[in-house]
Design a protein around this ligand. Structure first.
Ligand code: SF4
Ligand code: SF4
Length: 200
């Protein structure tokens, strides 16, 4: 042992260094939250539990198109759809809609793929359970979350530029072809085939 090491031992230099560090942190702002008594304020773009949304008049937004199911990289969405006669209109609806939330990676692709903004993500993350089967969110459960967390889901869509805060929800991002909106479809003038061989 060198002389300096002996002096350090006699005057407890390591303990003094530790005490100095402890006292220094007594005057630094805390970053640790005492969860669950304190909770983090999550941003609107947060990807929490998925939900299904309805329009203001209570009609379901989902038209059972299956695009969310096709977009999901985890294959955890199952949509069963059918067509129903609604007066003069034949409507397509989702008769069953299940999301296995245990497989979900919260990528948000399904929300992005939905042409009518029927899916949203909420700030809900506290749904731990000892029953794994309860983590398959069926249609009633997804609508229940949608009703309870409507403002969060709407804020998510706005934060991801999928829906404007001031517009009515029926103004879709998806632009329907002109003939769907009843506009007249003009016949384009016939074009010559691009790769036609030149006359000899
Ligand atoms: S957030 Fe991603 S992984 Fe989860 S259901 Fe949607 S597409 Fe699938
Ligand atoms: S949630 Fe959207 S993408 Fe999925 S089936 Fe319904 S309308 Fe289609």
């Amino acid at each position: 042992m060198t002389f300096l090491e002996l002096v350090d031992k006699i005057f407890f230099k390591e303990i003094a260094k530790a005490m100095k560090l402890t006292f220094k942190h007594m005057f630094v702002r805390e970053v640790t939250l005492q969860y669950p008594h304190q909770k983090l304020v999550l941003p609107d773009a947060h990807r929490g539990a998925l939900c299904l949304l309805k329009y203001e008049d209570g009609a379901e937004r989902c038209v059972g198109c299956d695009l969310c199911e096709a977009a999901c990289p985890s294959h955890c969405i199952k949509v069963v759809s059918s067509e129903v006669q609604d007066g003069q209109v034949l409507r397509r609806i989702a008769t069953a809609f299940d999301i296995d939330i245990t497989k979900c990676v919260f990528c948000g692709f399904c929300v992005e793929a939905c042409p009518v903004n029927a899916l949203g993500m909420t700030k809900l993350f506290e749904y731990s359970t000892d029953n794994k089967r309860s983590l398959i969110f069926d249609k009633p459960k997804l609508y229940e979350i949608g009703e309870k967390h409507y403002s969060d889901a709407k804020a998510y869509l706005v934060a991801h530029n999928q829906e404007k805060a001031d517009e009515t929800a029926r103004e879709y991002r998806y632009k329907f072809p002109a003939y769907v909106n009843g506009a007249e479809v003009k016949n384009e003038a016939k074009q010559e085939p691009a790769n036609e061989p030149a006359p000899k």
